[in-house]
Design a binder for this molecule. Structure first.
Ligand code: HEM
Length: 547
């Protein structure tokens, strides 16, 4: 009998608690993103549309006026205020910047970043790290070093790789090529050493693969309740097992470079002039700023995270969009020809920093790619004190605000009715310059004081690469594909790469995707550069072939 009363009372208490919990969820969630199901919250809708995650979320958000609340499974603490409202972005990133931080949960998820610039909320530390970074890139020889590093990599590895594929009619995954290219570049910039992951035969470079794995695991951590990934981490199973393995491989790679640089410097007999030359971020940092291995490891990791896949993503989506918009390609080539003169596809020039600054139309095309496919698709913030956003949503220290940068790039309110069209012209002013769009609207590089510090480097690097490739090769889509989808990672890469499907072998592909001499004739200004033709094939999945 006693047991009966006890269980009845317990059931009543549990029911009351659940009713209160549900009412509280309803009270907090005035603008729901989806139906809030018992137990699972709004997760089912998201899980059903996981394959088109960014697209789906952007569409729903923009159809709901730009701001709505997502409630995760019960007791999971996965409630977010999602927004694409530019005025909210202006408020959070600039006007009321002091009140918004990344927060401890963010640092827990991104623990692999250590205690460095991208994750820190300590304003004193951030100021120091920012000035540390800027002092290195403001070194009088940095530009020369940067330019030489990119140009030699394009000349010695990227173009020979494309030449080889073209000559042999073999098939390349352009995304993989760009990921390797940027991995080698960032390693050269940070450590002054080229791991040559972009070489014929596509060698497996463990650290490169480990870095990819880390990025995938970081996305996973943000998609599941904290308790789950923490439990997996503790048990060392599933994604967390892969994360631990990848972290070890990548940390060993970073730490070996740091240790050898520190040792080299302690034995160095360099003359004063030699020592003053810019060799790498690490050499600069150890020489004048810090010899602390943990500090250098964290700084190195943050630079890899900031400047590797972001650039690879931009290049991959750029070539996909240009391949599907031949008129844009023609205009880019026309601009290069107008400024630097025509060439025969053989005596091309690899442009330098000052050269690429003149390429306004290409700049517009890159901005357009960054708008439609922002390499960092989300930005997360947390208020310190209660606040009301311009969209009239109330936030407090328990709120997580997530900006869908992907959604903002596709918002009609910001970009007009043609927001889904790839139109570099929208960035070109009547006077022929670049139209200025405030960073809280064009937020791909973040906005306010924490704006990306590598923005200029990004445009320079990608313009050097693109102008070199397009002077030698033209790109065309053989078959249309609606299956090109972004990957589920913290960086917006292509899910299946930009390559041919494995079901078609290289030989049959070479015959179907041979050089098409008529291709140039289809462009607005034919024979701009009568170079070779790279063909991109896109049957079934997103596929690209070099023939
Ligand atoms: C397509 C290329 C790039 C894009 C789209 C991009 C975008 C961004 C974004 C959105 C942030 C803010 C991240 C956050 O606060 O969570 C950021 C920060 C940062 N980026 Fe970039 N980035 C790019 C390339 C680079 C490169 C090449 C570098 C330098 C190697 C770089 C260095 C940084 C640094 C140091 C920060 C931290 C700034 C701070 O917190 O004060 N980025 N970037």
């Amino acid at each position: 009998m006693l047991l009966f009363y006890a269980s009845t009372i317990a059931s009543i208490i549990i029911t009351i608690l659940i009713v209160f919990y549900v009412l509280d969820r309803k009270r907090c969630c005035r603008t729901p993103l989806f139906i809030d199901w018992p137990l699972f919250g709004m997760s089912p809708q998201l899980l059903c549309n996981l394959s088109q995650f960014h697209e789906f979320l952007a569409n729903v958000l923009n159809s709901k006026g730009g701001t709505a609340q997502f409630m995760g499974p019960w007791f999971s603490n996965m409630n977010f205020l999602l927004t694409t409202d530019p005025m909210n972005a202006h408020h959070v990133f600039s006007k009321n910047y002091e009140n918004y931080v990344k927060g401890p949960e963010f640092r827990e998820v991104f623990d692999v970043f250590g205690d460095a610039i991208i994750v820190t909320d300590d304003s004193k530390k951030w100021k120091y790290l920012k000035s540390f970074f800027l002092s290195i890139i403001k070194h009088k020889d940095f530009d020369i070093f940067f330019e030489k590093t990119i140009q030699s990599k394009v000349h010695d590895a990227l173009l020979p790789m494309l030449d080889h594929a073209w000559l042999h009619g073999s098939v390349l995954d352009l995304q993989d090529v760009f990921c390797r290219f940027t991995f080698d570049n960032i390693t050269s910039l940070v450590f002054g050493f080229d791991p040559k992951s972009l070489s014929l035969g596509f060698p497996i470079v463990e650290a490169e693969k480990a870095f990819d794995e880390i990025e995938k695991c970081l996305f996973y951590r943000q998609m599941v309740p904290k308790a789950l990934w923490k439990f997996q981490e503790w048990l060392q199973v599933g994604k967390e097992k892969k994360m631990a393995k990848a972290r070890k491989v990548f940390d060993d790679f970073l730490c070996a470079q740091i240790a050898s640089k520190l040792e080299e410097q302690s034995r160095s007999k360099k003359t004063k002039d030699e020592a003053l030359r810019f060799e790498s971020f690490l050499a600069e940092a150890t020489r004048y700023k810090s010899r602390d291995a943990k500090f250098l490891r964290d700084a190195g990791f943050n630079l890899f995270a900031a400047g590797r896949d972001t650039i690879a993503s931009l290049l991959t989506w750029f070539f996909w969009l240009v391949a599907t918009h031949p008129l844009v390609e023609a205009k880019i080539l026309e601009e290069i020809k107008e400024i630097f003169g025509a060439n025969d596809g053989e005596n091309y020039r690899i442009l330098g920093i000052e050269d690429v600054k003149k390429l306004v139309y290409l700049h517009g095309a890159l901005c357009e790619v960054l708008r439609l496919f922002p390499p960092i698709p989300f930005e997360r913030k947390k208020p310190i004190k209660d606040d009301i956003l311009p969209s009239r949503h109330i936030v407090n220290s328990n709120s997580n605000i997530v900006f869908s940068i992907y959604g903002m790039g596709r918002s009609e309110e910001i970009w007009g009715n043609d927001c889904l069209e790839f139109k570099p012209e929208r960035w070109i002013s009547e006077k022929g310059g670049i139209v200025h769009v405030p960073s809280y609207k064009f937020i791909s590089f973040n906005a306010g004081p924490r704006i990306c510090l590598g923005k200029d480097m990004t445009f320079i690097q990608t313009k050097i690469v693109i102008s070199a490739i397009l002077q030698k090769y033209s790109i065309r889509v053989v078959e249309d594909s609606s299956e090109v989808t972004p990957s589920l990672s913290i960086i917006l890469l292509m899910k299946h790469g930009l390559k041919k499907p494995s079901s078609i072998d290289a030989a049959s592909c070479a015959s179907t995707a041979g050089v098409n001499p008529n291709f140039k004739a289809k462009l607005a200004d034919e024979d701009v550069f009568p170079g070779k033709t790279i063909e991109i094939e896109l049957p079934e999945v997103n596929v690209a072939a070099i023939g």
